[in-house]
Ligand binder design. Structure first.
Ligand SMILES: [Zn+2]
Length: 222
């Protein structure tokens, strides 16, 4: 180990005319937070650059994702460079329904539901690809069961068919986990595509301590 060989600062002082930053796919999403660090949303690099230019990035954390070259500064003649980090804290207008309302309920959709349950059928416990999964209403929809986070679980088609229009008790099937309504931070995580390790760590720190997602993520189901 030679701790002096690669000072971190060099990342932010590139030699002129050469980009040295790692360039992950431009599809990699940036996690946007408010100034207090509360997760807000996923944004793409264009939106991140726009926020940098608007002076709305209060500070950045996480790793350096992109080093992007902007236009030429009329006065100095130098090209502007924008370093985009994996997590940016922003000022200005922001809506975080999760902090405004304690009873916030994120919208329910299959994509986030399946991810909540780790792509496991909560009846047989097997893992499936998304096309083979379905949304099961614990108390059947046709019998007054609601289409809400706490009344739905991920089920494979086979189990869903076997259960049919019955409750788990009636069908003699046992749920392997208790369905829960994600908090705002959990929902941001569930909506993420290819969440980076540092983004994941950041979001995990904002989950309730009792969140079932902690153990599910540790178990590698996500
Ligand atoms: Zn199943």
């Amino acid at each position: 180990m030679s701790p002096r060989s690669a000072p971190k600062k060099s990342l932010h002082a590139p030699p002129a005319g050469r980009a040295t930053a790692p360039q992950p796919s431009l599809a990699q999403q940036v996690l946007r937070t408010d100034v207090a660090g509360m997760p807000l949303e996923w944004i793409d690099y264009r939106e991140a650059v726009r926020l940098y230019h608007m002076g709305q990035v209060a500070y950045a954390c996480g790793s350096l994702l992109y080093r992007l070259r902007g236009g030429t500064n009329a006065k100095s003649g130098e090209r502007t460079i924008v370093d985009v980090s994996s997590i940016v804290a922003t000022t200005g207008h922001s809506h975080n329904p999760g902090t405004l309302r304690s009873d916030y309920v994120p919208p329910l959709n299959n994509e986030t539901l399946f991810k909540r349950d780790g792509y496991l059928c909560l009846y047989c416990g097997l893992k499936f690809q998304t096309p083979l999964l379905s949304r099961d209403h614990i108390r059947p929809f046709c019998r007054g069961g609601e289409d809400t986070w706490t009344n739905v679980v991920t089920a494979c088609r086979r189990c869903n068919n076997a259960k049919a229009s019955r409750t788990p008790e009636e069908a003699g099937m046992q749920l392997l986990a208790v369905p829960f309504t994600p908090t705002y931070a959990e929902y941001i995580y569930l909506k993420g595509r290819r969440v980076l390790a540092d983004q994941m760590e950041y979001l995990l720190a904002h989950f309730p301590r009792t969140s079932p997602l902690h153990s599910r993520i540790r178990a590698g189901h996500h």
